[in-house]
Design a protein around this ligand. Structure first.
Ligand code: ADP
Ligand code: MG
Length: 347
């Protein structure tokens, strides 16, 4: 990459302060609540009488991402999305982020610039101010930690613990696509290792690759729900897979749940990839993870109103705790949902 940009300065030449200045010089703060951004010992915010939500995620190269197949600009964008998704899952609106990076010597300045292009693009698209962070070197690889700060009117925040018996279980978008994309990328990586000249045709996988590489946090769902005056009783974002998220809601709300396999929203391309890998698409949807969709529960009285929102599926119902957490198959039987290792033949 650096060859394309002969004469460009490298990270080492810029030094820490030069790099920070370089990455943050064009930032224009958008929000009234952002009083002071980058450039002092700390940022200053003023949220007057709003509730503030704060969330952090840490991503490490080799554990959370693989730069063999993740374009670094996409990584920057996705790192922001992961955090914004957590803010939306509280029914809140993100306003600021901080970004901290630890960078090893193998990264060119171009690569870090691209990472920040992705971060700035996410901030523009989702109307968020980048107000600070930290920068240091690392012995191996790249680590990114983002903190997002958002606001919500008092009483409108939504926790994982508010689901009630009889509530409808809803999910936005479709599930399993990000995992399908990951399967394809891992396969191509293995092929590349054997034959670096291979030029795979990925056009049949465009949707699932986008789900894996460029997820979008569901600001639209939170806005639509607010517009029709619906506050979910409980909400969580789907980062680890539907199984594990419904278990979080049920444990915290002290209830059980029934989900219908036939109602799981799964994109055609996800189904095709699952079939190609000889795997069950339901498995992708239940345990895949990284979809960054919203899973929430609604008072059944809100069902008709919620049906006005196009991209929501009602997939089940909250039950008494003693009923357990179950997935009803397309035939007669059901299985108990477990956080990991969902097994279609258990019962
Ligand atoms: P300190 O020594 O107090 O940690 P720094 O020199 O690390 O200060 O940071 C100077 C300013 O630049 C601060 O406002 C900080 O929030 C911001 N900053 C540092 N690193 C980053 C980064 N990677 N992205 C955005 N802002 C950053
Ligand atoms: Mg610092």
């Amino acid at each position: 990459m650096a060859e394309n940009n002969a004469g460009a300065k490298e990270v080492k030449e810029l030094g820490e302060f030069g790099l920070i200045e370089h990455l943050t010089k064009d930032i224009k703060l958008k929000h009234k609540s952002s009083i002071k951004g980058v450039g002092d010992d700390a940022a200053v915010l003023n949220y007057s009488n709003k509730q503030i939500v704060v969330t952090t995620d840490l991503l490490t190269e080799g554990v959370h991402f693989d730069l063999m197949y993740v374009p670094i600009k996409h990584l920057g964008y996705k790192a922001v999305m992961i955090n914004l998704s957590d803010v939306y899952a509280m029914n809140a609106t993100p306003k600021q982020i901080t970004v901290s990076i630890a960078v090893s010597g193998k990264f060119s300045l171009d690569a870090i610039e691209l990472l920040y292009e992705g971060i700035h693009l996410a901030c523009e698209s989702y109307n968020v101010d980048l107000i600070g962070g930290d920068t240091c070197s690392s012995l191996t690889g790249l680590t990114i930690s983002i903190t997002a700060i958002g606001e919500v009117d008092k009483g409108k925040e939504v926790y994982r613990n508010g689901a009630k018996i009889g509530d409808l279980i809803c999910v936005s978008g479709d599930l399993g696509g990000a995992y399908a994309g990951l399967q394809v990328l891992e396969r191509e990586k293995a092929v590349y290792k054997v034959n670096p000249n291979s030029q795979p045709d990925m056009s049949a996988y465009d949707y699932v690759l986008e789900r894996q590489l460029k997820p979008e946090a569901r600001i639209d769902i939170v806005e639509e729900l607010a517009k029709i005056n619906i506050i979910p009783t409980a909400m969580i974002d789907i980062s680890d897979g539907l199984s594990s998220e419904i278990i979080h809601i049920c444990k915290q709300s002290k209830c059980g749940a029934k989900i219908s396999e036939a109602k799981l929203p799964i994109h055609d391309q996800t189904i095709a990839v699952a079939e190609e890998f000889d795997l069950d698409p339901t498995l992708f949807a239940m345990n895949g993870g990284e979809d960054y969709e919203l899973l929430f529960t609604l008072n059944p009285e809100d069902a008709a109103k919620a049906n006005q929102i196009a991209d929501i599926s009602i997939i089940g119902e909250i039950l008494p705790e003693a009923e357990g957490i179950k997935l009803h198959g397309k035939g007669e039987g059901f299985t108990h949902i477990k956080a990991q290792g969902w097994n279609a033949y258990e019962e």
